[in-house]
Structures are given as C-alpha cells and as structure tokens.
Design a protein around this ligand. Structure first.
Ligand SMILES: C[S@@+](CC[C@H](N)C(=O)[O-])C[C@H]1O[C@@H](n2cnc3c(N)ncnc32)[C@H](O)[C@@H]1O
Length: 247
C-alpha cells in the first residue's frame, strides 16, 4: 500500500507511509486506536485537542519507532503510559513482546483497560508508580522498560532501572534534548545501575524520535538489594486486555 503526501494532512484517520510500514498487518487496529484517542480519548482528557492533526506522526509513529531498539520476544514495562504511549502502538507493531502498561492515575488506568479490550491487545495494565516497592514487586524485572515524557533522564533512570533485569535496557523516548540530558545526568545514570548509553534517532519532522537506550549493568544497586521481586500484593491492580496469550 502506498500513501501520498496529501494523506499526511488529513487528520487522525489518515496513517502516514511510516505508519503503514511500522504497523503492517496491525494498521487497521492502529487506525482504531487513533480514532479512540481522537474521540473518547479527547473527551476524557487523556490527549489534548491540539494533538489531533499530528496524532499519527507525533504519537503513533513516534511510539512505534521504539520497537527498533527492543529485541525479539522481550518482556517490556511501559512506565507512565498515560493515553497508552508508547505502549499501545508498540504492542500493535510488535506482537512478539509481552507488555505491561504501568500508570498511577486511576482514570488513565481505566482508559488503558478499555483500549486494550477494544483492540483485543494482550497487555497487562498495572496501577502504580515506578519507584514504589509494591510496583516493583508487582511487575518484577523486565528485559526492557520504555517511557515517554515521564521525567528528566536522571530521575527516570533512578525510578525505572530497578525494573530492568541486569543486562536489560531502558529505552526512553526524548525530544531534541536527548544528548544534553544524557551528559547532564551521567552521574545519576551510573548510580542507578546504568552502563553504556546510546541515542538512536529515527524518523523526520513530527515523527523525529530520539531514543535514549541505557544498558543496565550486571551489578546490583542498593535499590535492588532492598527489594525482593515476586507476585503482586493484594490491592495492586493488574488486568489483561485479553487472556488467551498464545506466546
Ligand atoms: C506527560 S504524561 C506522558 C504520558 C505518555 N507516556 C505519553 O507520552 O503521552 C506522564 C505520565 O507519567 C505518569 N507518571 C508520573 N509519575 C510517574 C511515576 N512515578 N511512575 C509511573 N508513572 C508516572 C503520569 O501519570 C502520566 O500519565
């Protein structure tokens, strides 16, 4: 399928050529997600009206690019999913991944559950804050943590690297400040258990995406030693969009 330049200007129901490539067979469900964001999502305030004309590039395509730094069959925790970004587009583009959407706000958790059910997505939704011990117990350690627009790099690493298994990685979607944040917060990144860091750039224009990949060292941090991971305590909310997980 090819789409012309005009399709970029037509609003949320018009996927861009990058979207066609990234979502492949899942494109109709990505389109449904864009419609949900533009309709009930906007009414419920999970996304602002000004985002409508740039839903595809700035949000769906930008989010799906993160799949390019995630190895096959990984477990992923998307921290601070909000409207479902990048977790929902990632789940659509990469059905091999096992994804948990982590979000502290009840209203957004309800939204994520509704979207997962509507799109028949096999994702787990957990209510909680990344830095809380209960959350770490509930979600365990993932191969990869993703996050977009949640916190400055140093704080984000302190919150999220304890959710990454040693040898795994944090993939943070950042704006043009990516390199500067990495330099500025280098000490915090190391203290949190960060090792090698790379900034991967994809796309152009509204879809331009800088992904800060922080590789987690094998060494344990004080945060890890204070936590023991396992199944979630009573009261921690977990739910699934679909229960018949096949892989
Ligand atoms: C600016 S929104 C970004 C939402 C989404 N990632 C996006 O890119 O559109 C930040 C989100 O992070 C969540 N958040 C804030 N602090 C958090 C924490 N400590 N742990 C997990 N999520 C957090 C907020 O509730 C909110 O949904």
């Amino acid at each position: 399928m090819t789409l012309g330049e005009q399709d970029r200007l037509d609003g949320p129901s018009s996927p861009t050529p990058e979207a066609v490539e990234l979502f492949g067979d899942a494109l109709p469900r990505a389109q449904r997600y864009a419609e949900l964001l533009a309709g009930p999502g906007m009414e419920q305030g999970v996304i602002g009206p000004r985002e409508l004309p740039r839903l595809w590039n700035r949000h769906l395509v930008n989010s799906a690019w993160v799949g390019q730094v995630i190895p096959e069959d990984s477990t992923v925790v998307d921290v601070g999913s909000g409207a479902g970004l990048p977790g929902i587009p990632l789940a659509l583009a990469r059905p091999d991944l096992r994804i948990t959407l982590l979000e502290p706000m009840a209203r957004r958790v309800a939204w994520l559950e509704e979207v997962a059910a509507a799109l028949e997505l096999d994702v787990t939704v957990v209510r909680g804050r990344a830095e809380e011990r209960e959350t770490r117990r509930a979600v365990g350690e993932a191969d990869v943590v993703t996050a977009r627009a949640v916190a400055p790099m140093g704080r984000l690493a302190a919150w999220t690297l304890p959710l990454v298994r040693p040898g795994g990685r944090l993939a943070a979607l950042k704006g043009a400040s990516a390199q500067d944040e990495v330099r500025r917060d280098a000490v915090e990144l190391r203290a949190a258990g960060g090792g090698d860091v790379e900034v991967v750039t994809r796309g152009a224009g509204d879809a331009l995406t800088h992904i800060v990949v922080v590789h987690r060292t094998e060494r344990r941090t004080r945060n890890d030693r204070n936590d023991s991971v396992g199944s979630g305590p009573p009261g921690q909310r977990r739910s699934r969009g679909r229960k018949d997980r096949s892989s």
